[in-house]
Design a protein around this ligand. Structure first.
Ligand code: FES
Length: 173
């Protein structure tokens, strides 16, 4: 008979094996449940035709400058105007009296968006994705929804709407 401090011998080895298998199975089952749960959450927000919920990130260049993109008088409530500064492009709009601007580059693979005024949305010509003027994905046909469009910092000064854009690169002559 084994003493209390000795490891179990052949008589006890049998019952330990099934316990290890059960633990392994339980862990696998837990992982499978977690995987199903995560898959469900991801696919819930990313089916074609369902808008994404999150606002896009703020686009803040490390070396930026305020650049006019439109006259304040030209941007009435609810209107949307495109701009292209070379380094960045986007769309500026006015909502609730405030100017807002989003990137004009699709977050899927970088195609240039255009504004469909009749449908009040930004459209990507490459893979049939559309965004709201606020930058949220409205429709797509991709396996995974692209991200929302980044927003620029915007201000109004002296009758102009300005965005904080990266400085133009200086190239050697
Ligand atoms: S680049 Fe816009 S949806 Fe693919």
């Amino acid at each position: 008979m084994a003493r209390a401090n000795e490891p179990a011998t052949s008589g006890l080895a049998g019952p330990w094996k099934p316990i290890q298998v059960i633990v392994g199975t339980a862990a696998a089952a837990t992982a499978a449940v977690a995987a199903v749960s995560i898959d469900h959450v991801v696919s819930d927000g990313e089916r074609p035709g369902e808008p994404s919920q999150a606002d896009g990130p703020q686009l803040v260049p490390s070396d930026g400058e305020w650049v006019p993109v439109a006259k304040s008088a030209d941007l009435g409530e609810g209107s949307v105007l495109p701009f292209d500064l070379g380094t960045v492009s986007g769309f500026v709009r006015r909502v609730g009296g405030k100017a807002d601007a989003v990137s004009g580059v699709c977050t899927h693979q970088g195609c240039k968006l255009w504004f469909d005024g009749a449908a009040d949305r930004l459209r990507c010509p490459c893979h049939v994705t559309s965004f709201s003027p606020a930058g949220q994905v409205l429709t797509h046909q991709l396996p995974i929804a692209p991200k929302s469009l980044p927003h620029f910092d915007v201000r109004e000064r002296d009758g102009n709407i300005e965005v904080l854009a990266p400085r133009s690169p200086t190239r050697p002559a």
